[in-house]
Design a protein around this ligand. Structure first.
Ligand code: SF4
Length: 123
């Protein structure tokens, strides 16, 4: 690593400014207050990941869209393409919070799951 890389830790509200320097294969880490932050910074430098949240179309319920998220963080470089794929998904009520909507979503290794209940509209 020819130059230092600064990463703001998002694990807790303290938001430590963590610096990575030296050999990219075995960087020196400083500025962290705990090992969770150290692990986060190393992960962020090597393979940044995020949980994707969004909505998909749903029919038969009181709302036109169902909130969803990936069951685990997926590579950040996949986020844009995966977000576009949400528009191709359509489902129907009833759906329960935590229910599987799409397995191995966008070949990410993570599933797409509902993040709220949605039931048929009462007449
Ligand atoms: S390094 Fe530890 S104390 Fe600092 S923000 Fe991250 S989790 Fe919080």
């Amino acid at each position: 690593m020819s130059k230092e890389q600064e990463i703001i830790c998002i694990i807790c509200p303290l938001s430590c400014a963590i610096t990575l320097s030296g050999d990219p294969e075995n960087p020196q880490v400083s500025g962290h207050e705990c090992n969770r932050g150290r692990d986060y910074a190393l992960q962020e430098a090597a393979d940044p990941r995020r949980v994707l949240t969004g909505t998909v179309r749903i029919s038969g319920g009181s709302l036109p869209r169902l909130p969803v998220k990936t069951s685990a963080a997926i590579p950040r470089k996949m986020i844009l393409e995966a977000a576009r794929l949400l528009d191709r998904i359509s489902t129907t009520v009833p759906r329960r919070c935590g229910e599987l909507i799409a397995a191995n979503f966008a070949d990410s290794g993570a599933d797409l799951i509902a993040t709220r209940d949605l039931f048929p509209t009462k007449e």
